[in-house]
Design a protein around this ligand. Structure first.
Ligand SMILES: Nc1ncnc2c1ncn2[C@@H]1O[C@H](COP(=O)(O)OP(=O)(O)OP(=O)(O)O)[C@@H](O)[C@H]1O
Ligand SMILES: [Mg+2]
Length: 146
């Protein structure tokens, strides 16, 4: 994977905007890992992606309460949150039904599946003082934003 972008986000809106710009490089079948501590902004980033795909971000929820959500965006999206699952439960999920050529798959707490899933993109979000440091890696080289 190569580093595509490193950026400090100073607000929720900025993270939304970075997610929105990132959406334009995604293709059906892509798997995106979102990795970062509690409350760093993974779900906000997902909202940005989904907004970039023409879907109302108000309909994107923290998926912690619902394991998998599907959004019928311009490219359909599966939003999966593995926070509450242990390794055994994660392995037992029906991955074959999510990983298809049609959907973009966005996975929060994706470090839990890195042993058996390959990612097209990896988003790391870290607390950096009051801000967030967002790093985007890609298995393919694309340019994001300006
Ligand atoms: N620069 C920023 N980027 C994103 N969110 C921010 C930023 N600054 C503050 N916030 C706030 O941090 C919170 C991030 O919440 P969010 O649900 O996206 O985190 P998360 O990483 O998905 O958490 P969880 O691990 O519980 O799923 C929001 O309340 C948001 O308003
Ligand atoms: Mg979340």
């Amino acid at each position: 994977m190569t580093t595509l972008k490193e950026i400090i986000s100073e607000s929720e809106n900025q993270t939304l905007e970075i997610g929105r710009q990132f959406a334009s490089v995604l293709n059906p079948g892509d798997v995106v890992a979102l990795i970062g501590d509690l409350g760093t902004g993974k779900t906000i980033f997902v909202k940005g992606i989904v907004a970039g795909l023409g879907f109302k971000p108000e309909n994107v929820f923290s998926a912690s309460f619902v394991l998998v959500q599907e959004y019928k965006a311009e490219i359909p999206v599966y939003h999966i949150d593995l926070y509450r699952l242990d390794y055994q439960e994660v392995v037992e999920l029906d991955w074959d039904s999510y990983l298809d050529d049609e959907h973009i798959v966005l996975i929060e707490w994706a470090e839990k599946v890195r042993k058996f899933l390959e990612f097209d993109f990896k988003i790391h979000i870290e607390f950096k003082n009051k801000n967030r440091k967002i790093t985007i890696w890609g298995a393919r080289d694309v340019s994001i934003g300006h």
